[in-house]
Design a protein around this ligand. Structure first.
Ligand code: B12
Ligand code: SF4
Ligand code: SF4
Length: 353
């Protein structure tokens, strides 16, 4: 049994240790409750807004609330790691010979970096409270990290649906630890969006069905990363030169002006060759070259075919006839989705004045 004073000391030390390990913020919430987020998840799934992300549906009861996943959990430790960019994420807008890779994917894979720090924090906690148990999560587990981050006071879920912080803007990766210890919860963060609509107006595909509600099926992040098969034609022009993810709704958030790049984790510094790559150089990647280029990057996960598919849509949008020979060659690609994207791009480039 840990007394109240010892618990308060442990909680204070844990926050300090989290910062020492590279997290930019840490907060505590109760594991019980969270029914509102559970109802909203059900509604979202019911509307089919998750598209082909079938993994959002499986284990939905586990995802909905912390105790749905682990009834013994008493507290959630929510953690945020900053990836605040050094340069304007929208700088390549309309620079058609360049490909845009979203900020989060220009450095090391956050799954690895956040998980490593979470595990180190978990080891620290077990050493201090060996009678307790815990589970560590980042992204891949059925956990709703954004509403938990809000409940633990890290920030609030903005109208773009991501967690916004008054000190780190929209640039936090989230992770969490469920613990059997009863920590004192932090006050939940309240909404600071006010009358702002910047993110809603910035979305190139009109993916917000309402403020705070995203239809993933229309989101460029979903279309370029999660969606296999051909991207519906209606969205291809709107992809512009975005070949992996999208930052537009995040980048326009006025709270980003408080995000200090000094707090960003060094592992998320961009790899130089991923900041503004030439589209032409990416179209020729075969499987081996793709794997080599994206080793340690989250981009590796989508594989060469989906990546080249995305590059072909960008080529089709580039208006650059110089890309036609490369695009033409890919019409014979053994992957039918790549071949389809090449045919679309070639037709679009030929139609250019
Ligand atoms: C599925 C998923 C996606 C999907 C769907 C996104 C979505 N908004 O759900 C897609 C592929 C589109 C996606 C895209 C991106 N993602 Co993503 N994604 C996830 C994942 C795995 C689950 C999110 C989830 O539970 N969605 C289900 C819906 C129902 O939940 P929700 O968005 O929280 O919905 C809430 C609101 O709709 C709200 N709500 C509904 N009605 C109303 C009404 C009112 C008045 C209010 C206040 C609220 C409200 O309640 C719901 C429940 O809380 C999380 C990791 C995780 N395990 O949490 C990462 C995660 C959310 N993604 C992340 C990132 C970085 C991105 C991208 C920025 C990547 C990129 N640059 O391309 C984009 C951003 C797009 C966007 N605007 O959301 C980060 C966000 C970090 C943060 N600070 O919030 C996460 C947390 C990963 C991580 N571990 O850091 N993602
Ligand atoms: S990530 Fe891009 S496409 Fe998705 S909601 Fe935000 S602005 Fe729209
Ligand atoms: S851009 Fe405006 S509305 Fe959108 S999340 Fe930021 S503050 Fe909220």
């Amino acid at each position: 049994m840990v007394n109240a004073e010892a618990m308060a000391g442990l909680q204070r030390d844990l926050r300090e240790e989290a910062l020492r390990l590279g997290f930019a913020s840490a907060g505590f919430a109760r594991a019980a409750g969270h029914e509102l987020q559970a109802r909203r998840l059900e509604q979202w799934l019911g509307e089919g807004a998750h598209g082909s992300m079938g993994w959002m549906e499986t284990r939905r009861a586990h995802r909905a609330t912390p105790q749905g996943l682990w009834p013994e959990a008493r507290s959630v430790i929510a953690l945020g790691m900053s990836y605040a960019p050094l340069t304007d994420p929208l700088a390549l807008h309309g620079v058609s010979e360049k490909a845009r890779i979203s900020v989060y994917a220009q450095g090391r894979d956050y799954h690895d970096v956040v998980k490593r720090a979470l595990k180190a924090l978990a080891r620290w906690l077990i050493a201090r409270a060996p009678e307790s148990e815990l589970k560590v999560f980042v992204d891949t587990a059925p956990v709703m990290e954004k509403p938990l981050g809000e409940a633990a006071g890290l920030g609030w879920q903005g109208k773009h649906t991501n967690l916004v912080s008054t000190t780190h803007g929209s640039w936090l990766f989230l992770g969490s630890i469920y613990s059997t210890l009863e920590f004192e919860p932090d006050p939940p963060h309240h909404d600071r969006c006010g009358s702002c609509q910047a993110c809603q107006l910035a979305c190139p595909t009109d993916a917000f069905s309402a403020p705070y509600k995203l239809d993933a099926r229309r989101c460029i992040s979903y279309l370029t990363i999660e969606h296999s098969g051909p991207v519906p034609e209606v969205f291809r022009a709107a992809l512009g030169n975005r070949i992996y993810g999208c930052d537009d709704c995040l980048a326009v958030c006025p709270w980003n002006k408080f995000a200090s790049t000094a707090q960003a984790h060094a592992k998320f510094l961009p790899r130089e060759e991923l900041v503004a790559p030439d589209l032409a150089s990416l179209l020729d990647l075969d499987d081996t070259a793709f794997r080599m280029m994206f080793s340690g990057s989250p981009i590796k996960r989508i594989g060469r075919n989906r990546f080249v598919r995305n590059c072909l849509y960008a080529a089709g949008n580039s208006g650059s006839a110089a890309l036609l020979p490369q695009v033409g060659r890919l019409r014979g690609d053994p992957d039918p989705v790549v071949a389809d994207a090449a045919a679309w791009a070639a037709a679009r480039l030929r139609a250019c004045p």
